[in-house]
Design a protein around this ligand. Structure first.
Ligand SMILES: C[S@@+](CC[C@H](N)C(=O)[O-])C[C@H]1O[C@@H](n2cnc3c(N)ncnc32)[C@H](O)[C@@H]1O
Length: 317
């Protein structure tokens, strides 16, 4: 504002309470009151299920409407019909399609979520793989975190394995972290979290693997460069025919994403996991995702923890 600009009127706090002010709907932009019709929900639901495998029961219509409303606002589109048409004529690599998919994914995650899996990893999984296959000692141990969201899960894996490495001279490991949503991957790569988010991280690990921001009042921490360097992030759609993970891995963490897939899709992905794993490799699923009667060559070895058939330890599906 220049010196000659008129001064803005100072705010007035007198008058009617807001609730009684006669707001005119005409003042509101059209997207504000737009409604996702059954037909448009149906059109978008089909795209989501085909592209991402994510089931969208009717009950999710309101959630989808609220998640997509800001796309209408940002694009200056007035109604969901126009937005659905835009999505339908987009190709998967188009910017709006990518944003659309970002909006429909649910990304809830935590550091040390379902903690028992990390204890099992440190105490049983890695020693077993080291003894049977030399994993981590004769060669690098490779862990794939297949729905990594904003990074809490792969960084937890990196912390836990770093602790093991600190008492196991020569242990080498690496983590591949993938997700469908580009937005969460960007946040994961930045590795910045609030104090509340890192609360589940044990204090001694917080001191080693997290750095406080210079401005302490922000209440933010960042994962150290050394820990970040152990995790490689990339975009991967589990439903795609081609996965850009070219190597065999020892362990797959794929937790709290199967709940969104139907059983046929779960089985297809689990069978592909088995081919991606070394013989005797491990799969960890979310606690609500137990394999029950699925037609897959995996054997249960703990709570939602599975192993592929192995030639060395007699594990058979
Ligand atoms: C609820 S979060 C779970 C995050 C983490 N695994 C955990 O357990 O805390 C589910 C994640 O799966 C991702 N996702 C959904 N559909 C996917 C797909 N088809 N391929 C890859 N990732 C997908 C979402 O973007 C989201 O980040």
């Amino acid at each position: 504002m220049t010196a000659s600009s008129p001064r803005p009127a100072s705010p007035s706090w007198r008058g009617e309470p807001l609730s009684t002010v006669n707001e005119s709907n005409a003042m509101r932009p059209a997207w504000f009151d737009a409604h996702l019709s059954t037909r448009d929900f149906e059109r978008l639901r089909i795209v989501i299920e085909r592209y991402a495998g994510i089931r969208m029961p009717d009950a999710k219509s309101t959630m989808l409407e609220s998640r997509l409303r800001h796309r209408l606002r940002d694009l200056g589109i007035e109604d969901f019909g126009e937005y659905a048409a835009l999505v339908l004529r987009s190709r998967p690599q188009d910017a709006e399609f990518v944003r659309f998919i970002d909006c429909v994914t649910t990304n809830k995650t935590d550091f040390f979520r379902e903690r028992g899996h990390f204890d099992y990893l440190a105490q049983t999984t890695w020693p077993t793989l080291a003894t049977e296959l030399g994993a981590g000692l004769d060669r690098e141990l490779v862990v794939w975190c297949a729905a990594s969201s904003t990074g809490e899960e792969p960084y937890t894996l990196a912390m836990v394995l770093s602790e093991v490495a600190a008492r196991t001279p020569g242990l080498r490991f690496r983590i591949i972290a993938t997700d469908l949503s580009t937005e969460v991957l960007e946040r994961a790569q930045r590795g910045v979290y609030t104090d509340a988010q890192v609360e589940p991280v044990p204090l001694h690990m917080r001191m080693k693997y997290l750095m406080r921001s210079k401005d302490r009042s922000q209440g933010l921490v960042r994962v150290t460069p050394a820990l970040r360097s152990l995790v490689r992030f990339g975009r991967l759609n589990l439903v795609d025919d081609d996965w850009p993970v070219r190597e065999r891995v020892d362990i797959i963490f794929c937790r709290n994403v199967f709940i969104y897939f139907d059983r046929k899709m779960q089985e297809a992905i689990l069978r592909r996991f088995c081919r991606q794993l070394v013989p005797g490799g491990y799969v960890f699923l979310g606690h609500a995702e137990a394999i029950n009667g699925h037609d897959v060559p995996l054997k249960s070895v703990g709570p939602t923890t599975y192993r592929t058939a192995s030639t060395t330890n007699g594990v058979r599906a």
